[in-house]
Design a protein around this ligand. Structure first.
Ligand code: ASP
Length: 284
């Protein structure tokens, strides 16, 4: 029997506002969500738990996914989310999906389909035909932020979860509102194997600048290295060293099949929480 473990992240502190109140609120939200998800993991699989944790994070407007997602350059929110089931090694995702509450749940529906990654209009049609009703994920602070960004540079956010259950199964899920103010049609890393990946050996969820994460194939590389026998810490260090030549901006949370957990960021500071039977760490 494997000792379960779970880790979640809520993107970077660079996004939205870095006021002490926001930091505290995010820490509190992470503490609440990791504890709820930990309890859930005691009676559910890693896959079910990763999805569950992501829905809680998507529903919290403090984070840039689901409710509270960032707004793109044309004033519309388009969200992306994916799931990777380490046991079956199936990956599913939605890209640039509009007007639903929980993109990760639409990605979950796709896990059982033959066509498992859908974008834009097709993803929306699929969601509606599977009972996901209209939902407006905009919140006032994002609208203000969008107005300000018509003049300023973009920032980052995103949420994710990696879980290991008592049967040794790993799963990863990641969901994002994107970078904010991006060109319409831009594809986030969060619904690619660069931003979210798991197999029987390791699971990784990323946040940061999607282009950098895809350039570095971050999640897929870490998982492959661990699969080939490299210790998790070394796999993470090596993959992050490879981001340096282009100053890649990325943060990850990961768990290996031994239950080792790790978080790392290339720039300060990823917002994260780790939990297993013996310990709980919030943000760091
Ligand atoms: N990785 C996401 C993206 O580029 C943004 C983020 O993590 O905040 O779409």
């Amino acid at each position: 029997m494997t000792k379960p473990a779970i880790t979640i992240h809520g993107g970077f502190f660079s996004e939205l506002t870095t006021s002490p109140e926001t930091k505290l609120a995010k820490q509190e939200a992470l503490r609440f969500i990791i504890r709820k998800s930990w309890d859930f993991l005691q009676t559910h699989s890693a896959l079910q738990t990763a999805i569950y944790a992501c829905t809680l994070l998507e529903d919290d407007p403090l984070f840039n996914a689901g409710t509270g997602s960032q707004i793109q350059s044309d004033g519309v929110i388009r969200m992306s989310a994916s799931i990777c089931d380490g046991e079956t090694q199936k990956f599913s995702g939605v890209i640039n999906l509009e007007d639903v509450k929980n993109p990760v749940l639409v990605a979950e529906k796709l896990l059982d389909c033959e066509d498992r990654i859908l974008a834009g209009e097709g993803a929306l049609r699929f969601a509606r035909s599977h009972g996901f009703g209209y939902y407006d994920p905009r919140i006032p602070i994002r609208i203000q932020d969008y107005e300000a960004r018509k003049k300023a540079a973009s920032k980052t956010g995103t949420i994710g979860c990696v879980a290991l259950d008592s049967e040794g199964r790993l799963a990863a899920a990641t969901s994002t509102g994107g970078k904010g103010f991006e060109i319409v049609g831009r594809v986030s890393d969060s619904a690619t194997v660069a931003g979210n990946y798991a197999n029987q050996f390791c699971g990784v969820s990323c946040t940061g600048v999607g282009e950098d994460i895809v350039n570095g194939a971050v999640a897929a590389k870490i998982v492959t290295r661990v699969t080939d026998g490299m210790p998790l810490k070394e796999a993470v260090e090596k993959t992050f060293a490879e981001l340096k030549p282009f100053d890649g901006f990325a943060g990850i949370v990961a768990i290996d099949h031994f239950g080792n957990m790790i978080q790392k960021d290339s720039h300060p500071h990823i917002v994260y929480a780790l939990k297993n039977e013996g310990s709980e760490e919030i943000f760091g």
